[in-house]
Design a binder for this molecule. Structure first.
Ligand SMILES: [Zn+2]
Length: 198
């Protein structure tokens, strides 16, 4: 009988009762934020995706390797973060191929996922991506604009306001000084709402 349903049950949702949310970190790895973020993810047993640039990955391949070894996915976010739609086909392929090579050297695996800087894409860019083995473009649905350095509580509030089952959350581990401080609060809020993360 419905009458017997205990109201208390709502205060402790089952993990994943609300669905899952994907956390993504762009533009790193960086000496300033990535290790902190990896520590928090490891403490919570949460897996995420890092869309690295080739320039940053070449400078800190140890952090790319660590993220991969700790179960996170590594995606390709171009070499130097240009707006790919302004480049010709050969330039786009170079941006993406060189980055995949750095990722493969660091992790032993060439990425299949990629994210165009600024979300700027078109048919030429996507054809170039497929040409270099990037078959899964991953954009985002929740953008708390953490790169503009709002307070950590604001980053959390924006994510929790906009999150839905299946959301892809865009965060940054290079720009975004307050992102490492926001992450534990975001994870707490998602768990309280019954979301699991991937
Ligand atoms: Zn970016």
């Amino acid at each position: 009988m419905l009458l017997a349903a205990p109201a208390q049950a709502a205060s402790a949702p089952q993990p994943c009762a609300a669905g899952s949310v994907r956390l993504t970190f762009d533009d790193g790895p960086s000496a300033t934020a990535t290790a902190d973020i990896l520590d928090t993810l490891a403490d919570r047993g949460v897996e995420a995706t890092f869309f690295v640039t080739g320039e940053m990955a070449a400078a800190r391949p140890d952090l790319v390797r660590r993220a991969s070894q700790e179960g996170h996915r590594i995606g390709n976010h171009s070499w130097s973060h240009p707006r790919l739609t302004t480049l010709d086909r050969a330039q786009v392929e170079s941006q993406l191929r060189r980055t995949s090579e750095v990722i493969e050297r660091a992790t032993g695996r060439s990425p299949g996922e990629w994210r165009p800087p600024y979300g700027a894409t078109n048919g030429l860019v996507e054809a170039a991506a497929r040409q270099v083995g990037l078959d899964s473009m991953v954009l985002w649905t929740v953008d708390p604009r953490d790169w503009a350095d709002p307070p950590a509580t604001t980053i959390r509030d924006r994510v929790l306001r906009d999150v839905r089952p299946g959301s892809v959350v865009l965060l940054h581990d290079a720009t975004g000084r307050n992102t490492p401080a926001a992450l534990p609060m975001i994870l707490d809020g998602l768990a309280e709402r019954g979301y699991c993360t991937q």
